[in-house]
Design a protein. Structure first.
Length: 188
């Protein structure tokens, strides 16, 4: 909606080609790293994908810098995250369980500075309301995001289980996937 359009989950899934997950031609397909780019192209949304195939590992430090730079530029992120208690093995395609929007950055440093500082904060959503009907998102330090698939680091105290674990996800410390939403594509 930040970019001037509301696109329903139904329409997004119907614009998605098969990417290895569940779904069908009539109802649409699940959004995964392998099909998010084509889905956004089909929806005429300009975007930049995180280059997970060519970035060196561990990717999380540079991925967080990319997230910060994108969000500061006004481009929210669709992020593939791990949730406590889930398998972190989406169809054998990567270590993630869910997608969530990330859209805000707070820093005591100039926002043009792409470095992620220990006191930099990020805002994300989960489809659950953390603060009643306002649903302003979850505010977390960037440094609280990375974890291993064991989730015994930053996410060790997260609550497992559907309806809870989406509220405090982590990103895989080794490899990441995401899309920065730049805007609606110019049809000309």
């Amino acid at each position: 909606m930040t970019k001037g359009a509301y696109i329903s989950q139904d329409l997004i899934r119907k614009a998605a080609p098969f990417g290895g997950g569940h779904g069908n031609h009539q109802l649409g397909y699940e959004i995964l790293p392998g099909n998010i780019g084509q889905t956004l192209d089909n929806l005429k949304v300009s975007h930049e994908l995180w280059d997970s195939e060519n970035e060196p590992t561990p990717q999380s430090p540079n991925f967080m810098k990319w997230m910060k730079k994108s969000i500061v530029a006004g481009n929210p992120i669709v992020n593939f995250v791990m949730c406590k208690g889930d398998g972190h093995n989406a169809y054998g395609l990567g270590h993630y369980d869910h997608i969530e929007p990330f859209w805000g950055v707070y820093s005591n440093n100039p926002l043009e500075d792409e470095e992620v500082y220990p006191d930099d904060w990020i805002v994300h959503g989960s489809n659950y309301e953390p603060d009643g009907d306002k649903n302003l998102g979850y505010f977390r330090k960037f440094s609280s995001l990375p974890d291993s698939t064991d989730m015994d680091g930053n996410c060790k105290d997260a609550q497992p289980g559907w309806g809870k674990n989406e509220m405090y996800p982590c990103i895989y410390d080794q490899k990441n996937w995401g899309a920065s939403l730049i805007g609606l594509a110019d049809p000309l």
